[in-house]
Design a protein around this ligand. Sequence first.
Ligand code: SAM
Length: 243
Amino acid sequence: MKSLMTSLMSSNSVSTENKLREVMLPYYEQDGITIYNGNAEHILDSFSSKQFDLCLTDPPYGIDYKYDGYEDTEDNLLKLINNTFGKILSSSKRVAVFSGVNNIWKYPKADWTVSYSWDTTATYGALGYNQWQPILFYGKDIKGFGSVNGIIKSDSIKLSGGAEIGFLRTDKNLEHPCPKPLNIMKILIARFTNEGDLVIDPFAGAGTTLLAAKRLGRKAVGIEQSRAYCDIAIKRLSQMELF
Ligand SMILES: C[S@@+](CC[C@H](N)C(=O)[O-])C[C@H]1O[C@@H](n2cnc3c(N)ncnc32)[C@H](O)[C@@H]1O
């Protein structure tokens, strides 16, 4: 708690009182899912060592996406990684991070790198189209070699379908610039946790990790700096499962 107070007092962008409120009070808490609307750099200080079974997260990529309340520059990404990654690694038994390709080098060396790919082209880069993305993995895996929860422990995950399914646009009607497809989050949660486990996503966005966790019978904590994105997540969590 001392380090939390120290970090809160040292920054002057928002009042200390507001930051304390954001740390102490969940914005949403229901059916095993908790959401904090605030800055992960501070809120992560409130958790204890290895409290979470999995941190599954998709931080900004530092590629100038347009977010509500966050400027997606390379410098800001580096600051986010420096101010959160140590806390993420200490509060979670295992960590899976979507790093994107361009700024993968800014992350600490991973214990295992998984790729996920899809059938057809999606976004384009300088010299071609993206058909895969890396997921950096840190920590010890669950169970032994082989498979877990019916999923083979390979370093590659293939999503069938076109760009709409494989890349970021499954939930294109959501008012968030880049929600991840629900299917990839469900595969990763099933692969790296057991039923009843506790998952955290400190960059929760429109809540895809939280929704996947809920649907698979896991508990989850999300942190998101934009209140508008928290509200989207809450709306999704309250909807009935249609398929
Ligand atoms: C790539 S998006 C996550 C999208 C999410 N995976 C989904 O499916 O909706 C990254 C999110 O991090 C949030 N963010 C950026 N800086 C943050 C911070 N310091 N604390 C909490 N959230 C932050 C942004 O607002 C953005 O919604």
